[in-house]
Design a protein around this ligand. Structure first.
Ligand code: ATP
Ligand code: ATP
Ligand code: MG
Ligand code: MG
Ligand code: MG
Ligand code: MG
Ligand code: MG
Length: 257
């Protein structure tokens, strides 16, 4: 295409290339989801369908963007880790961020009906995003541990809060009651007052969700003797496992290599 005299305006664009050979982490978070969740009748403290919808969006992300090697999600947020050497959009931050956030949001809207067949989507949900580079695998693991610790702290607190509210306390009273209490006290409150062992709650609530490619074995056919012939392949799967302990990373070394 011929250059025009207006071409110079391009020189005002800033270079936003991300540092090479670093893990790129995109974290997406629902904008105003406290209100969105109320307006759409989410169960409190945890609406399982809403979490499944977030997870389905994350699976689509890994299928759409092959350089995403791992995703971790809780509540209205999801973190996506791109492999260190990715050349996706020549590592341009605004391109990577905008295309991932808009893809995620579109999938959320497209899949809404599948997860909420009875609830009409009342207005367009929006997500914000940020992108950060981490220079070492250890720091990426710490980043993910940070998000999972946050999941645990928030979920324990929200579980107590909603138990108190559902048992007749006002929201103000419930909040005041929990102010300054330690994890141990919260566990005891649940157990003694509500006969609830926190550790028996579904793992998706307590641990959040991990999405990554894992080896699965398919039976492709049977031999004449009836023995299965298996072939292994990588499949995008969702687990609710502990990623704070290093055991997970020892067992899944292919993810962050
Ligand atoms: P911001 O725009 O600053 O992110 P926000 O209202 O989205 O504000 P967050 O700190 O992101 O606030 O918290 C998300 C809120 O969305 C939660 O506190 C909770 O009220 C609600 N929420 C998200 N997912 C669920 C879910 N699966 N079930 C019930 N509530 C949910
Ligand atoms: P990139 O991802 O790099 O932006 P692209 O395929 O979107 O690649 P663009 O340079 O943005 O390429 O051009 C958009 C293309 O989309 C056009 O070349 C045209 O083929 C198609 N397109 C967009 N809007 C229309 C339209 N209203 N009618 C017909 N074609 C359209
Ligand atoms: Mg936010
Ligand atoms: Mg939010
Ligand atoms: Mg959030
Ligand atoms: Mg264009
Ligand atoms: Mg285009």
């Amino acid at each position: 295409m011929a250059n025009s005299k207006y071409e110079y305006v391009k020189s005002f664009e800033s270079n936003d290339k991300l540092m090479p050979s670093t893990w790129i982490v995109v974290r997406i978070d629902g904008h105003g989801f406290k209100k969105f969740s109320e307006d759409h009748g989410f169960d409190k403290p945890n609406d399982e369908q809403a979490l499944y919808l977030m997870n389905a969006c994350a699976v689509s992300m890994l299928q759409e963007f092959p350089d995403i090697v791992f995703a971790y999600g809780v509540s209205d947020e999801y973190s996506f880790i791109f492999r260190k050497e990715t050349q996706f959009y020549q590592r341009r931050a605004s391109k990577i961020l905008s295309v991932t956030v808009s893809f995620f949001t579109s999938v959320y809207v497209m899949k809404w009906k599948e997860f909420f067949p009875q609830n009409k989507l009342k207005y367009p949900p929006t997500f914000d995003g940020r992108v950060v580079c981490y220079p070492s695998t250890a720091i990426v693991q710490d980043y993910l541990a940070w998000r999972q610790v946050d999941c645990h702290i928030n979920n324990l607190n929200n579980t107590c809060y909603w138990m108190l509210v559902k048992s007749g306390k006002s929201k103000r009273e419930a909040q005041d009651f929990l102010e300054g209490t330690q994890a141990q006290e919260k566990n005891e409150l649940l157990f003694q007052q509500f006969n609830l062992n926190y550790n028996t709650l579904p793992a998706i609530f307590r641990k959040g969700s991990c999405v990554f490619r894992d080896k699965v074995e398919d039976i492709v056919k049977y031999t004449e003797c009836g023995d299965p012939v298996k072939r292994s392949r990588l499949k995008v799967i969702t687990y609710h496992c502990d990623i704070i302990e290093k055991t997970f990373w020892d067992k899944h070394q292919h993810i962050l290599k």
